[in-house]
Design a protein around this ligand. Structure first.
Ligand code: BEZ
Length: 219
């Protein structure tokens, strides 16, 4: 059964390049990103892992832990990580799950047999501090993911969680947000002291709450 938004993120214990990870315990109260790679020593994955490692400080700034997965054993991951550092100029600085028996891949439905029986697809799961799945993405093996987009979605999710705003099409950090329909105008007066513009009763635009002077700068 596919994992859907709002589901509990399945818990697991797995061997990783940074020792055994008990997933929920490892997440603690942080957000998490779990992402799969089709196979070790593959070109697109090599570039993705270098980029994820470069962006680790951006994930940390947002209180997000990242963890990768590939269906190969630990010694293979360790050998591959040398290549990643050499070719991408960045060492992998987060755990990589060695899922040779596909326990975690099966738990999360990362193998799509009609695409490949042996490789995982490129799955991404963003998990909230409540251990619920907040985002799923599925890319084919031949298309590298956009990790800036993953950060952008996390910014949006965290704004929604903290301020009851949604983010419009192509939104980028710092741009105006939308007050969620569940918030009444009366409640909005309290929540959005910077005010808002009503384009339609259901479309109320307000400055990004954590960029308004006097507000905390972290979502
Ligand atoms: C890659 O990571 O480059 C890749 C993996 C599987 C199929 C195609 C590309």
């Amino acid at each position: 059964m596919a994992i859907r938004l709002g589901d509990d993120a399945p818990d697991f214990s797995a061997e990783t390049t940074e020792g055994t990870v008990n997933f929920h315990e490892w997440l603690g109260d942080d957000w998490g990103v779990l992402f799969s790679h089709p196979k070790d020593f593959t070109p697109v994955c090599t570039t993705e892992l270098g980029m994820a490692a470069k962006l680790k400080p951006e994930f940390e700034k947002r209180g997000v832990k990242i963890i990768g997965l590939s269906v190969d054993p630990l010694d293979s991951h360790k050998g591959w990580e040398k290549d990643i550092e050499e070719t991408q100029g960045q060492a992998v600085n987060f755990p990589m799950i060695a899922d040779a028996d596909r326990t975690v891949s099966d738990l999360y439905g990362m193998i799509h047999p009609n695409a490949s029986d042996t490789f995982t697809v490129r799955s991404v799961y963003v998990i909230g501090p409540d251990k619920k799945v907040k985002l799923t993405l599925t890319y084919p093996a031949s298309t590298g993911r956009n990790f800036d987009e993953i950060l952008r979605v996390i910014d949006s999710l965290q704004l929604t969680a903290k301020y009851s705003v949604a983010t419009p099409v192509n939104w980028k950090d710092g741009e105006d947000c939308i007050i969620v329909p569940a918030v009444t105008d009366e409640q909005a007066k309290e929540k959005f002291p910077a005010g808002w513009t009503t384009l339609k009763p259901y479309l109320r635009v307000t400055p990004q709450p954590n960029k308004v002077k006097g507000e905390s700068q972290t979502a």
